[in-house]
Design a protein around this ligand. Sequence first.
Ligand SMILES: [Zn+2]
Length: 182
Amino acid sequence: MDPQTVFCPNSACPASGQVGKGNIGVQSLKERRYKCHVCGKTFAETKGTVFYRLRTATDLVVVVVALLAYGCPVQAIVMAFGLDERTVQSWQTRSGKHCQGVHEHLVERPHDLGQVQADEIRAKIQGGILWMAMAIQVQTRLWLGGVLSTSRDMQLIVALMQKVRHSTLGRSLLFCVDGCPA
Ligand SMILES: [Zn+2]
């Protein structure tokens, strides 16, 4: 545990969100809890992470989420690790929400984007198809995000453009299409 790398998660605390200010101490090594000396609140090492209040070893959760991310079927994971299907699905949901939060915090903020390119892929899912439209900044290959829809329509494109707009400096955008019926 390293108190220099964490911050107080209490949003009412004056030191909330500040790393390396010396206000955090280790409350309990056994229970893996920190204490903020400004507001006096204690918090778990895993607070604000995917692992918060999970009873499973973090190593196993990391392995399972990595397998899911690379397309391993849930049923294969359930069989291989002896896990409940709902457990695996809840880890997937938690991880997805966490990644979305990190993406919104780090990527969906004003950048000087220059040129952006967007495209969509057609994915087969159980009982149908799904379109995923994605955009990247050309110069740095920074992935700006993706949006999903059951049809390749105007709604999908507008949703993606709004995502791109969130990452711009608020200047005018020139939007060009190539063979897009919508
Ligand atoms: Zn605090």
